[in-house]
Design a protein around this ligand. Structure first.
Ligand code: ADP
Ligand code: ZN
Length: 740
């Protein structure tokens, strides 16, 4: 590519959603209009037309004038993204070394990405007067689906329901609707998609009076309206949310907006209901359960300032805000803040950058802060606020180990744990049995020859799903029937290890007559199932909860007094330098569900390695001691947060292609490397084959962020142009959190 710039008259610099790290130059449309930065335009790209977003204007292009193409049309009369929104987008593209057009695409709701208007009209279905007085019971006898649909629409009343929402609730509603339209019971119309109405009746519910620690935390937050990063490091139940809430009230009272980012699993109806009641405003919600039109409406309300409270998961960090006042990242340690594919950004880190751009405070909360945030506090960049005790008088749960060598577990439960469950149930408590895995039993192993059932396309072990009598690969989704005999030696095989289903079955046998609820990704696939299970757990209808990670976060189950952690040992011997940090996080988080009200909680951990020093550190010193020890170790071994990492991944049908591509990258990096750069690999990925592709990785490490980023800045375009890149899928992951 030549670097000669040619003066061409006014030009548009446009971000187009293609995987190329550059902006594209276009001549303005024929009518001479110059759309401002932040407006969407239609541009010719290759043989197609694409939606792009104007990033800026210019007058010089590296393309010769004859090659410059003209923008076809302007979609938005005024910008839909502000200068600050574009600034965050550019930063993201720059920092993560990712094509700007793809960052813009990630920042926009799907409807806008497709080029539709900001206020699209939508199809609405409503019930007519005739439909309203129809005899639903009679219809139900011959046509239950029609009756179901009619009932939903009667409940919805005269305004009707958007067709897209109906599809979410009743996927095949159109079939049932046909005869109802024919009879004149239903009718449809086009309507401008509804706007959020944030006003609620009634008054805000009052919260508890803050204790001294909380009061101090609040004063610290109140000390400055400008940029500052605050880590609220408070044990579970210490009243972190109460502190945010009061600060939110201030800021919202000043007419400004608050953006709350929550983990995917943490964005529960519980949290939303609490915020809504206490602030007495309807939040604009941005999460995965919305239709595209609903998501757009929430985005619009945030952008126009109509919503003063915006609550969302990871991608909500890009939501435009008219009048931003504060950003909160709840459960900052949660992995769902980091996107693991495509644009691999950390919403937590971007929230901090955005707050800095906007000169507003950002508050990060966690009972188990990441070592990255703790180190920022030690370095004095962030303010460390500690809430060391539970609020409202609840005491911290006691933690004890159960040695599973001395008292082995049957169906996952040892005798001492079973006794404890009995004791807590007798005292009208609730028990939570936590297992960090899903499925019935992770693997199928042959006791005669030791053969383990593996996936044919991935280097992974298949998971046994006993109820469906199948083996499933959790990496590529392949399934096959459960083998009764070993495919190697022909002897009968049996599932090994305990999954949540097996635990549930074992518990049912031991505790007949008790209500047992399993909550994991399999049991909550049906829409609404998760919410129902959590509600029943919160009400105290279920006696024993069995589940995975999903149960460990943010929930408040008033009756819960016992937490049993079965099979905790995997984390003790992890290969990742983050293993012990993670293990401590999940145990402390799940332990934090116990005894949140007046009755004290008890936590029992089954382990075959009770003498491992990790346990003593955790039990005597809590997360704080574990994190201190881990930080000291990372400093010694030069892992993050003391160094910076970037991981280059490749995948190809041929092993040699995947590795060869990374060898090229390595040679390039070695040629440019300064003293602080360490290159590790290339090596096969921990799962060297996935869905039929070979995977490899190259790790770049430096104590100096600048060194690493300057290298990546040159490396990315070089790799894009490398012919070997065509044979592989590759990506750059800046600040990766999944390494091994
Ligand atoms: P966290 O966010 O740290 O888990 P929450 O703010 O959810 O803590 O508080 C945990 C529980 O303690 C909630 O039921 C909350 O209403 C209660 N709580 C918080 N602060 C106080 C306080 N100062 N006095 C009494 N109860 C409180
Ligand atoms: Zn597979």
């Amino acid at each position: 590519m030549s670097d000669i710039s040619i003066n061409t008259g006014p030009l548009l610099r446009v971000a187009v959603n293609v995987p190329l790290s550059r902006e594209f130059d276009y001549l303005p449309p024929r009518d001479g209009a110059m759309p401002e930065p932040g407006c969407r335009v239609l541009v010719p790209f290759g043989r197609r037309q694409q939606v792009g977003v104007v990033l800026g204007h210019g007058s010089e292009s590296s393309l010769p004038a004859g090659k410059l193409r003209r923008c076809d049309a302007v979609i938005d009369a005024s910008p839909i993204l502000s200068a600050n929104d574009l600034r965050l987008i550019r930063f993201t593209s720059h920092y993560y070394h990712h094509p700007v057009g793809e960052v813009v695409a990630a920042a926009l709701p799907a409807v806008l990405r497709q080029g539709k208007p900001l206020h699209p009209s939508v199809e609405v279905v409503a019930v007519s007067d005739a439909g309203e007085s129809a005899d639903i019971d009679q219809i139900a006898r011959r046509a239950p689906r029609q009756a179901e649909l009619l009932e939903i629409l009667v409940d919805a009343g005269g305004n009707g329901i958007e067709a897209e929402r109906l599809t979410e609730e009743l996927p095949n509603w159109r079939r049932a609707a046909k005869p109802l339209f024919g009879k004149g019971y239903l009718y449809r119309f086009e309507s401008r998609s509804a706007d959020l109405d944030e006003n609620l009746q009634g008054t805000a519910e009052k919260g508890p009076a803050l204790n001294d620690d909380q009061q101090r935390a609040l004063s610290t937050l109140r000390s400055d309206d400008g940029f500052g990063a605050y880590l609220i490091d408070g044990v579970t139940g210490s009243g972190k949310t109460e502190v945010y809430l009061q600060r939110m009230q201030d800021i919202i009272g000043q007419g400004k907006q608050v953006l709350v980012l929550a983990p995917e699993i943490g964005l529960t109806p519980q949290l939303v209901a609490r915020l809504t009641k206490r602030l007495n405003i309807q939040p604009a919600l941005l999460h995965s359960g919305l239709t595209d039109i609903e998501r757009l409406a929430a985005w619009r309300a945030a952008r126009s300032g109509a919503a003063r409270l915006v609550v969302g998961t990871r991608s909500a960090v890009f939501t435009p805000l008219k009048n931003p006042g504060m950003i909160i990242v709840d459960e900052e340690h949660d992995h769902s803040f980091k996107q693991q594919e495509g644009l691999r950004y950390s919403a937590r880190d971007l929230a901090i950058v955005r707050a800095k751009h906007l000169d507003i405070p950002v508050v990060l909360g966690s009972a188990t802060p990441t070592l990255e945030m703790l180190q920022h506090c030690r370095g004095g960049n962030y303010t460390h606020i500690r809430l060391p005790v539970r609020a409202g008088g609840a005491s911290a749960p006691s933690i004890r180990l159960i040695d599973t060598v001395r008292t082995p577990a049957t169906d996952g439960i040892s005798e001492p744990l079973a006794e404890a469950i009995n004791k807590h149930l007798d005292a009208d408590g609730q028990a939570l049995i936590f297992l960090n895995r899903r499925g019935f039993a992770p693997t199928l192993i042959c006791a005669s020859c030791g053969h383990v059932a593996g996936c044919e396309r991935c280097d992974s072990r298949l998971t046994v799903h006993a109820r469906r009598q199948e083996l499933r690969c959790h990496h590529c989704g392949a399934t096959r029937r459960l083998d009764a005999q070993c495919s190697e030696c022909g002897e009968p095989v049996k599932p090994l290890g305990e999954g949540t289903q097996r635990l549930e079955d074992g518990l049912r046998q031991r505790f007949p007559g008790h209500v047992i609820t399993r909550i994991d990704s399999d049991s909550t696939q049906r829409k609404g199932a998760m919410g129902e299970a959590l509600q029943s757990a919160t009400r105290g209808d279920s006696d024993i909860l069995v589940g995975t990670q999903m149960l460990s976060k943010g929930h408040h189950f008033p009756k819960l007094t016992l937490v049993g952690v079965v099979n905790a040992d995997q984390g003790l011997f992890g290969t990742d330098f983050r293993s012990s940090e993670r293990m401590a996080q999940s145990i402390v988080q799940v332990a934090g569900r116990a005894g949140r009200e007046s009755r004290p909680g008890e936590v029992l951990i089954q382990t075959a390695f009770p003498d491992n020093p990790f346990w003593a550190t955790l039990i005597e010193g809590g997360y704080r001691k574990v994190s201190d020890a881990a930080l000291a170790e990372r400093e010694l071994t030069r892992w993050p947060p003391f160094t910076r990492l970037a991981l280059i991944r490749s995948a190809a049908h041929h092993h040699g292609d995947a590795l060869g591509f990374l060898e090229t990258a390595k040679r390039f990096a070695a040629g440019k490397a300064g003293e602080t750069l360490r290159i590790l690999g290339p090596v096969d990925a921990p799962m060297a084959r996935k869905a039929g592709r070979f995977r490899a990785q190259l790790l770049l490490q430096s104590s100096d962020r600048q060194t690493l980023h300057s290298l990546l800045r040159e490396l990315r375009p070089a790799l894009e142009q490398d012919p070997a890149a065509r044979k592989v899928r590759w990506s750059i992951d800046v600040d990766p959190i999944e390494l091994f």
